[in-house]
Design a protein around this ligand. Sequence first.
Ligand SMILES: Nc1ncnc2c1ncn2[C@@H]1O[C@H](COP(=O)(O)OP(=O)(O)OP(=O)(O)O)[C@@H](O)[C@H]1O
Ligand SMILES: [Mg+2]
Length: 338
Amino acid sequence: MLLDVKNLTVNFTIKDGMVHAVENVSLQLDEGETLGLVGESGCGKTTLGYAITQLLPDNARIIGGKVMFKGKDILTPSIKKNGSLEGYQAEIRSLRWNEISMIFQGAMNAFNPVYTIGDQIDEAIRIHKDVTKEESLERIKELYDLVGIPSDRINNYPHEYSGGMRQRAMIAMALVHNPSLIIADEPTTALDVIMQRRILSEMNKIQKKFDTAMVIITHDVSVVANTADKIAVMYAGMIMEQGKIGDVFKRTSNPYTEALFAGFPNLRGERKELMSIPGDPPSLVNPPSGCHFHPRCRYAKSICQEQDPPIQQMETGQLSQCHFAKELQAGTLRREVR
Ligand SMILES: Nc1ncnc2c1ncn2[C@@H]1O[C@H](COP(=O)(O)OP(=O)(O)OP(=O)(O)O)[C@@H](O)[C@H]1O
Ligand SMILES: [Mg+2]
């Protein structure tokens, strides 16, 4: 197993208390596998990605859990007494870019404005590999070709790129050392549909060639339907359902997944935005008691408000965090009239 996240819980300290951004999350990824991490804005997707890559801001606190990478716990040695990840983390530094790389959400801000993009990619290459400036430039040209940026733009500054070009340059940068794992946070959201398809299919080809595993974080369920092997559906810091993509799509066992997928009649066809679910996602400072989804769930019963739902293993293989997972999957769960 490449990546094994175990019972990870991450809070942020804020003036009014704690933001419960990631709650008891476990997920696994094998070499070459793609996991799609989906869910509404603010549910904790980026925080989970940053906890794996140890890029969390100073007010983040790891409350519990482990991140095993190639069998080794890479997170625990970096956690300070107060639960933060502040300061020098030798372990992850040697892995970052080399073994695990991240494509940042809103790559517009991920590059340093005072250096050219070429210099920044060159640094990422030569920090880990003893190559000449010329060899490094060859590699950058190769990657630019892959992501569709003309190589005469290598020496431009970030502000001289369009948003989509910066996003593509970020993808190129993530690929410099053929890492075993890429965490791609909304990698194609800023791009038009044609470029999005092209980038996703290039990323898929690269993955097959080098057996790269990927976590794709996205709002867009159709991106996941077309590219991922597994899916994890997140809501208010928790993974509501996860498993093989076909099982979760065809034998849905969680009302949140069902609500999120509504409006995708043909998942492999045309790209569509998520249909909105009535109500708003809850505050993560004081999340609802019991199942966090119960205030918006069409099937919610009193137990849902009173007790945390257990994580259940379904016969079809996936995991679901719902009191009525089996009934939903069997089609015997009645909608509550409210
Ligand atoms: N540095 C921070 N301090 C306090 N709260 C934070 C911080 N960063 C994120 N949060 C909160 O943590 C929760 C999860 O945020 P996160 O960015 O992980 O969500 P997301 O699923 O990536 O959302 P989006 O789809 O909008 O990118 C949100 O409630 C957010 O407001
Ligand atoms: Mg995010």
